[in-house]
Design a protein. Structure first.
Length: 165
């Protein structure tokens, strides 16, 4: 691999980490917000959004997903949503920080976690017919490839440094 393509993939890797970091922070903020907001308020906000066609037609796929999700949330899945978003967000942020610091043991852990995310995203996409989840799975697969590439390069660099010393 030549030097310019290595710089491009390094830049893509950093961009992917920033995207994952923003995603993790958003999930963590979402969990904290859901802890402090009542189910009734969430239902009213979604009802307002759907009634003003902000998600497309009220009988459209996106609107239906939001309404169904809101009803599930109000009917008891609130603790699951808060726990899922919180743990997911914290895990992503921790892995992003570890990878940006080039902490070698974090790479296999990140690969494993991302593979589990992809499996879950595909499973949920099949069950919910989500349009967004396959796109997120594809993004995670791309990030897995970049993490594997970075891991191999970092191991090679550290092996060369150790053999030179």
């Amino acid at each position: 691999m030549n030097d310019s393509s290595a710089r491009v993939t390094e830049r893509l890797f950093r961009i992917a980490l920033v995207v994952k970091g923003i995603d993790g922070a958003a999930e963590l903020i979402g969990a904290v917000t859901l802890m402090s907001v009542s189910s009734d308020l969430v239902q009213r906000i979604i009802g307002h959004i759907v009634s003003h066609d902000l998600l497309g037609p009220p009988d459209g796929s996106l609107s239906r997903h939001f309404v169904v999700g809101t009803h599930e949330f109000a009917s008891g899945n609130r603790a699951f949503a808060i726990t899922y978003l919180g743990l997911h967000g914290v895990l992503k942020l921790a892995l992003v920080v570890a990878l940006l610091r080039k902490w070698l043991p974090a790479y296999p852990a990140a690969i494993l976690v991302l593979v589990l995310f992809v499996v879950y995203e595909v499973y949920r996409a099949v069950n919910t017919h989500s349009i967004l989840l396959p796109l997120l799975a594809a993004l995670d697969l791309t990030i897995i490839v970049l993490v594997i590439r970075e891991y191999r390069l970092l191991r090679r660099e550290r092996a060369e440094l150790n053999s030179a010393a």
